[in-house]
Design a binder for this molecule. Structure first.
Ligand code: COA
Length: 454
């Protein structure tokens, strides 16, 4: 039934907006008297998009958007699949009571390896219509539609960690949020600028935008967990959204000795009027392509005059920064789930990443939604390439065999958690020796990370 996209080069011509609505979900919603519609952001006048965007604002506890903000949002939404659920019996029959938006883009699954993924966003159900199975119909609809369109995996970032496991998503890349007492930290890391290996310069927001685009384009394909951002990401992160210009945003660029831009930091300052030396720097994004750029930009942030506190989010679970300060207790680091993935096609997803050791495993995968389950044999050759073939019979967990849910497999996929940890947590079934072999093969080149929300 499915025709997976095996090459990410297919994405250039893939029309996300044309992916048809799922008929199972349409029937489930119709049974409740509800409509299931797509909204075309390029439609003249943009009225249906304006109604849809207002439903999203309401769902996310936000205020109404100005016409300029809706227009900017509408332009960014063109090309994605914008879906609403309508209630013809309601007071606003044309305004959706539930929303979702999705599009296909590249997900990095290993250093230099990417896979097409169905990014899902703007999931809301009006509070007046909650807990009637609308989100279940919407999510099931997204996953079946993506699978039928040939996408091997789906992903999202979430407002609550309790919503999506039931649909087969698993947390695959964690994130950390840092609060740094800058004066207490004490820099002991490298100082590439002092040592003449590069320089720092303030840059204007337009330059930030092009630096981010260029650097992120190179960096994201080396970091498992990163999802190819749309252009709006670069506009937003450089403070240049015309409907919401960010006058506080500052940018600093790191250039290496050869004059090549290797890193950029964007941040906002909040002055402390009672004690100027205790002002706060909120780092929005720090992108570094080299270890020198990384050290130079963090050194800049942690030793900035008048700054007592540095805050940063969406950092990795294993930042070298921790080892660049003298006093690790100056760092308050909180960790949470961040990038959730949902494998839709086990053979294609597993064949897309590289493995650290050779070997063979049988995976008995249970999928509550009946999308991707089955028994599969994964064979990894000496070059770390995996080939997956479906197996007819189910297998008994133990020597060489792992029984697990699609949610757990999705969490293990990028190497962000070990199978030994999930075994100890009672989340998968196998034996210790197989779990140890599995972890050696599935280890990540670096901890998976997603630097932003979508
Ligand atoms: C989260 C939200 C989309 C759920 O919509 P809904 O239509 O009420 O959900 P459903 O009725 O389809 O519920 C489906 C299942 O999810 C559960 N569920 C719903 N909302 C949940 C929540 N916030 N936390 C945990 N479980 C939740 C239901 O109990 C139900 O469980 P079950 O069928 O497995 O027994 C809706 O509450 C909402 O819009 N919240 C605010 C915006 C938001 O946070 N969106 C998510 C963005 S990532």
């Amino acid at each position: 039934m499915s025709t997976p996209i095996v090459s990410t080069s297919d994405l250039a011509t893939f029309d996300s907006a044309a992916v048809p609505l799922d008929e199972t979900s349409r029937a489930a919603l119709a049974e409740r008297g509800l409509g299931y519609v797509t909204v075309d952001p390029s439609e003249e006048g943009g009225e249906s998009f304006a109604r849809w965007s207002e439903a999203v604002n309401r769902g996310f506890l936000g205020e109404r958007s100005t016409p300029e903000q809706i227009e900017s949002w509408r332009t960014r939404a063109v090309g994605s699949r914008v879906v609403g659920v309508t209630d013809p019996a309601g007071a606003l029959p044309e305004q959706p009571v539930a929303t979702v938006q999705s599009w296909a883009a590249e997900l990095t699954v290993d250093d230099g390896r990417t896979i097409p993924s169905w990014g899902i966003s703007a999931v809301t159900v009006s509070s007046t219509h909650r807990r009637r199975g609308i989100a279940r119909a919407l999510l099931g609809g997204e996953l079946r539609a993506a699978r039928d369109a040939g996408l091997p995996i789906a992903g999202l970032t979430v407002s609550e960690a309790t919503i999506y496991g039931r649909y087969g998503f698993g947390p695959a890349a964690g994130a950390t949020r840092w609060r740094i007492d800058a004066r207490r930290a004490g820099w002991v890391g490298p100082q590439p600028v002092r040592d003449g290996r590069g320089r720092l310069d303030p840059v204007e927001r337009e330059a930030v935008q092009s630096d981010l685009r260029e650097l992120f384009g190179r960096i994201r394909v080396t970091r498992p967990g990163e999802f190819e951002p749309e252009e709006a990401f670069f506009v937003g992160f450089s403070g240049l959204n015309p409907a919401k210009p960010d006058l506080k945003l500052r940018g600093v660029r790191y250039t290496d000795a050869a004059g090549v831009t290797r890193g950029v930091i964007t941040y906002r300052m909040s002055e402390n009027m009672e004690d100027y030396r205790s002002s706060t720097m909120d780092v929005d994004l720090l992108l570094a392509e080299t270890t020198d750029a990384y050290a130079a930009l963090w050194h800049y942030a942690l030793t900035h005059d008048l700054v007592g506190t540095v805050n940063a989010g969406e950092l990795s679970t294993d930042e070298p920064l921790r080892w660049m300060v003298e006093d690790q207790r100056a760092l308050r680091v909180t960790e949470s789930d961040h990038h959730w993935l949902r494998i839709l096609d086990v053979p294609h997803a597993l064949a897309a990443r590289g493995y650290r050791t050779s070997g063979a495993f049988v995976l008995d995968v249970v999928d509550p939604l009946g999308i991707a389950g089955g028994t599969f044999r994964l064979e990894i050759d000496d070059d770390g390439n995996g080939v997956v073939t479906p197996v007819d019979a189910t297998a008994t967990p133990g020597e060489g065999v792992v029984r697990l849910g699609i949610s757990e497999l999705s969490s293990l996929y990028l190497g962000g958690v070990s199978s030994r940890t999930l075994l100890a947590a009672g989340r998968i079934e196998t034996d210790d020796a197989t779990a140890a072999r599995f972890d050696a093969a599935f280890a990540a080149v670096r901890p998976p990370l997603l630097s932003y929300w979508y």
